[in-house]
Design a protein around this ligand. Sequence first.
Ligand code: ZN
Length: 215
Amino acid sequence: MRATIIHAPGDIRVEDAPEPKMTASTDAVIRTVAACVCGSDLWSYRGVLPVAEPQPIGHEYVGIVEEVGSEVSSVRPGQFVIGSFVASDNTCPHCQAGYQTSCQHAQWVNGAQAEYLRVPLADGTLVATAEPPDEELIPSLLTLSDVMGTGWYAAKAAEVSAGSTAVVVGDGAVGLSGVIAAKELGAERIIAMSRHESDREGLHAGQDRFRLPSD
Ligand SMILES: [Zn+2]
């Protein structure tokens, strides 16, 4: 299969790689429909994180289930699924308390920028849509793999509720997802803070899109 491999900062190549195989009865293998580049992929791309050896990259993904292990019961082959960037069992005490990224069995998903991906702990990690989504919905569903979940969690952790004023520090993908989440949770006033003038203008222009209340 084709997969992206990072060799060094600034050096990402699309290469032939072996297709992933199931390694546990709780795994699934999916055929990737869409994956994207996360801000944290750029840490190694920009040299902020060292790249010790060539490695697969990517952890934001949606796809079609190809195969599931014998212990997987919540998803089945053929379903369209959204996967989390952190695999979790969704059953341990941490997961039950709502901290799936701190699951006792958490595993980081990597190598999603490839035609196929092995997803550990498939029951806790993958969520199937009721129907295969329309093509134009796929980019929005892809945000649920990481940035939207992270922004949503930030707004929940800040206890945003109806009538709140929410301040979102930073206006990258997660910050903008935090703006959407705060709005969804009923915030009356949302203040997005940005270091970049061009982004500030973009935010202003995007007010209608995010349906932000005016000043
Ligand atoms: Zn857990």
